[in-house]
Structure formats: C-alpha cells, structure tokens
Design a protein around this ligand. Sequence first.
Ligand code: ATP
Ligand code: FE2
Length: 327
Amino acid sequence: MILGVESTAHTFGVAVVDMDGKILSNVKDSYTTEGGGMTPIDVRKHHARVGDGLLERALSVAGIGEEEIKAVAFSNAPGLAPCLLEGMAFVRKTAKRLGVPVVCVNHCVAHLEIGDVVGAKDPVMLYVSGANTQVIAYESGKYRVFGETLDLGVGNFIDTIARYMGLGFPGGPVIQKLASEFKGDELIDLPYSVKGMDVAFSGMQTKIRNLLDKGGDKRAIAYSMQEVVFAMLVEVAERALAHTGKNELLLGGGVACNSRLQEMCRIMCEERGCKLFVPPKNLLVDNAGMIGYLGCKMYKAGIFEKDLSKVDIAPRERTDEVEVLWK
Ligand code: ATP
Ligand code: FE2
C-alpha cells in the first residue's frame, strides 16, 4: 500500500492506494472561510490540526493498519510554500515512524495521470482550478504546457467576482447557480482575451466590477461571464488538440465540476470526433487519491527517496520540469 498526502493549497488530504493503483480511501479536509480571504499562515495551522485525524480515517476506511504502508507519496510541488511545508513535516514524521521512503509527486501531473481511471490514454488535459489554468499534454518524454493563464487562475478569478457580489467562498458553484437562473440569452459584451494559446482574465475582472458598481444584474453577469470564460478555455483546449493531433480531452481541477463547462467541452469534442473524459468530482478537485495513484506508479518505477533529509518542497516547479521516468 502507498499513502498519498496532498497539501499544496486549501485542501489537506490523505489516501490509501494499493500496489495495483486502486484507491482504497481518499479523505480530505479543506480550509474555508466565510469572508473568503485566506492567509497562508491560517491554512498552515489548519493543515497541522487535521493531519493525524485524516490519517486515522484513511487507514480505517481502507481497512488496513499502518504497517502495511510501503511508501508515502506527497505533492511537494507546485503550491503555497507554508502549506507544502506543513505537508512535508507531516510526511517526514509519518515516513520516519513507519521506516518507509517518500515519493515526491508533482500535483499538476497527478491531475493528469488520474485520467487513467476513467479510461483516458493519451489526453490533452484542461486543468482548471483555483490557482492553476493550464492546457497540458505528454509530448516527447515530457508533460508540456501548451497554454496557460497570463494572470489569474480561472477559479480564483470566478471566486473574486463572487466575493465582490457578496456571495462568499468558494464562488464557482454559486456563480453556476446564478447563471442557470438567468432567463435571457443576450450576452453582455465582455473582453474575450485569448493570446495565442494563453488566456487572461484581469481585463474581464475590471469590466465586471464596473458593471456591478453600476448595479448590473448579477444573474446576467454570471451567465455572460461563464459563457465567455469557458469559450476562451474551450478554444485553447481545441487548439492544443489540433496541434498535438491527440483525440482525447481530459478535464481536471475544481472548475471542471461546472456543468456548463463540461457541456461546452462535450460539444467541441463531438464536433472534432474526440473523446471527453471527466473524472468523478472527488478526483477532479484537489485530493490525495491522485497523489497516491501517481506515487504508486513512481514507486514501482523505483522513483523514491529513502533519505528523508533530502525530501524537499518545490513551490514553483513547472510541469515541464518533471522528469517522466515512470512511463
Ligand atoms: P489548485 O492548487 O489546484 O489550484 P484549488 O485549491 O484551487 O487547487 P480545486 O479544488 O481544484 O482547488 O478547485 C477549487 C476551485 O474550483 C475554486 O475556485 C472553486 O470556485 C471552483 N469550483 C468548484 N465548483 C465549481 C463550479 N461548479 N463551477 C465553477 N467553479 C467551481
Ligand atoms: Fe489542483
């Protein structure tokens, strides 16, 4: 068995995965606030508080004892340094107690690799979460970023607008609900910002704030925002499919829970004759199951660290810096 640990951002998660990659348990606790603001220090305290309890739950749901764990896999990159440090402290402590090695997993690559479980073989991934917005695919021995946001992550962007509307955090699900309540079909003119393979949201953010300041209709704004933002994302995903010649699109990240985004991706894929893969929600959002899953592949390929003092975090590691030695 492999223990997976996730701590790159709001979510602290622990999972048990067996040597065949089967996820036996996948539990988590996410830091939330009413107001929406979060300081990394508070998130770190949260992670420190929940770790031991989550480990106990993960073991009991999986129905195994600690001694069956052969390695601890943890997402050491990329993410918020204070969160990663807390994750690392937990992982070092646990690995030391169990006398097992540590597997360092890149969080973004884990989002992609978990596509296996829904049948994706060689996909282009649209990874849309709070902090991350990237189009990633495997090409010539590496995972490459074909397009990404030039400013805000799409989830953070949506969350900022929701907070500005006074709707709390996380904003994605509330914005989706508001948009679905809009009865018209007229789009408000919002800046559509695709530059080559990249997207940007700050212009739209300013425009929407102005509209809200002038008392604009929240439902109409939520609707138009979703239509325009998701159209931008679908455009770059489609361009990456065309460029790479791949015929599978995989979704990842919390924003991929949005049913309108899923629908737009499905239409694009049908038109191109591509297959769309959407993992279940608990594997779309940040979770330790995907970390344990990739950790298991890496462990079996001999990629692990026995010397715990050499285990480190890499908050800014880029997807294309990861050496893919397990494929
Ligand atoms: P990462 O470190 O990968 O950036 P994260 O901490 O932002 O992760 P995720 O769980 O992947 O975590 O995604 C959270 C984001 O998903 C939030 O911004 C939230 O608003 C957004 N989200 C969740 N559900 C929906 C939805 N239905 N529509 C749009 N956005 C959604
Ligand atoms: Fe993520």
